[in-house]
Every structure is written in C-alpha cells, then in structure tokens.
Design a protein around this ligand. Structure first.
Ligand SMILES: O=P(O)(O)OC[C@H]1O[C@H](OP(=O)(O)OP(=O)(O)O)[C@H](O)[C@@H]1O
Ligand SMILES: O=c1cc[nH]c(=O)[nH]1
Ligand SMILES: [Mg+2]
Length: 209
C-alpha cells in the first residue's frame, strides 16, 4: 500500500492545534475541514488529465487540461468523516458523495456497519475515502471491502492521523490502495486509541463529549 505522510508545515501547524485538549469544537471542526482540503490537494496530484480544446479570450483555439473521465466519488465515513467533507468538496465540487456509516464497537473494536448509499456507477470512479482516524484499520478494511464488492477499482483514503498497527493491517488485506495522512503517530493504546492522536475525533467534531 502506498502511504504518503504529508509533512507540510501548514498541515503540521493545524494538526498541532487539533492535538491541544482545550481546542474548541468550532475550531477543531474548522481545522478538520482545512486539513481535509490540504490533503485533497496532495492526493489530487495523481489524478489523470486530458487535453480539451477551448476558445480563449482572443477568439483563438487553445488546448487546456481537464480531469479525465468520470472522476471521483468522495466516501465520508460517518460520523467523523463528515468533518473533513466540506474541505474536500471545496477542491472537487462536482464530486458525487457516497456516504457510508460504520462505528467501532467499544468492547471488541470491530467495525459495525449501519448505513451505505454508494453511487451506482462506482466501478467507473476513483473512491476517495475520508475519515480523520485510521486506528486498528478495521473500519477502513470494511469500507474498502464494501466498495470493492460494488465494483470499485481505484481507492484512495485521506486521514488526519494513522497508527502504524492500522496501516499494517490494511496493507495485508488491501495492498492496492493509496493513503494520504497528515501524521503517522506512535501506537495504539489498550483501548484502541491512537497515541498521541486526537482523542475521539467524532466526539470532538460534533461536541458530543
Ligand atoms: O481503525 P479503527 O480501529 O476501525 O477506528 C477508526 C474509526 O473510529 C472512529 O469512528 P467511531 O467508531 O468513533 O465512530 P464516529 O465517527 O461515529 O465517532 C474513526 O472516525 C474511524 O471511523
Ligand atoms: O484514536 C482514535 C481511535 C479511533 N477513533 C478515534 O476517534 N480516535
Ligand atoms: Mg468516534
């Protein structure tokens, strides 16, 4: 699996504020969206373009580049993935959005799926999964399983923070995907939380704790 840790100063600055325990819900949510935007910019480097001819302001024909083919479906994982969605869509406003819902059982740490509304022609699109946290990797593996079952052939993922254990687990099952992450942190704790991490990203985005 290709893993890109994006150590850009703007991303690291914003992530550093998110790590502070006193950062407000409003600020945390804004930063999740902003880092989502910057990760999209990085991931977008790999999109294929094609030449099209336009008429320019002088009335002559000019060849310009456009993103090729049927493009992208963004796949936010409920709930926390919604916190990054606006920032992603700012850069790819025409993308279709395929929402999936999974939560992690607090005892077993296994992902529990509860919703999916994936676009019908997903086999013709690149899926861009968005979720702030890649911890044990269970949620990401289940989401990739679902997308592949529906015929999706190219899958990328954007994460704020990932644990090495989760990256290893996903690599074993789905070595063909590509991820962009703002930070690969040290480890998981006994409860499956990323250390140092952000805490519970969903609760911090929605203000539920
Ligand atoms: O890699 P894993 O060990 O599977 O954990 C990562 C998942 O856990 C969090 O979601 P959570 O279950 O807290 O749901 P929420 O977004 O509704 O808070 C996070 O947003 C990921 O989806
Ligand atoms: O550290 C973690 C792990 C899973 N989910 C979170 O929100 N945070
Ligand atoms: Mg949560």
């Amino acid at each position: 699996m290709a893993v890109h840790e994006i150590t850009h100063p703007l991303i690291q600055h914003k992530l550093g504020i998110m790590r502070e325990v006193g950062t407000s819900t409003k600020h945390f949510r804004e930063l999740a969206s902003e880092v989502g935007n910057l990760l999209t910019y990085e991931a977008g480097r790999t999109l294929a373009t094609e030449s099209v001819e336009i008429e320019n302001w002088t009335g002559s024909t000019l060849t310009v580049q456009r993103i090729k083919g049927k493009k992208i479906t963004v796949v936010p994982i409920l709930r926390a993935g919604l916190g990054m969605l606006d920032g992603v869509l700012q850069l790819i406003p025409n993308a279709k959005v395929s929402v999936v819902g999974l939560y992690r059982d607090e005892e077993t740490l296994e992902p529990v799926p509860y919703f999916d509304k994936v676009i019908e022609d997903v086999e013709d699109r690149t899926a861009l999964i968005v979720d702030p946290m890649l911890a044990t990797g269970g949620t990401l593996i289940a989401t990739i399983d679902l997308l592949k079952q529906k015929g999706c052939q190219r899958i990328m993922g954007l994460f704020l923070v990932a644990a090495p254990e989760g990256i290893e687990a996903v690599t074993k099952v789905h070595p063909d995907i590509e991820i962009y992450v703002a930070s690969i942190d040290e480890r998981l704790n006994d409860q499956g939380y990323i250390i140092p991490g952000l805490g519970d990203a969903g609760d911090r985005i929605f203000g539920t704790r």
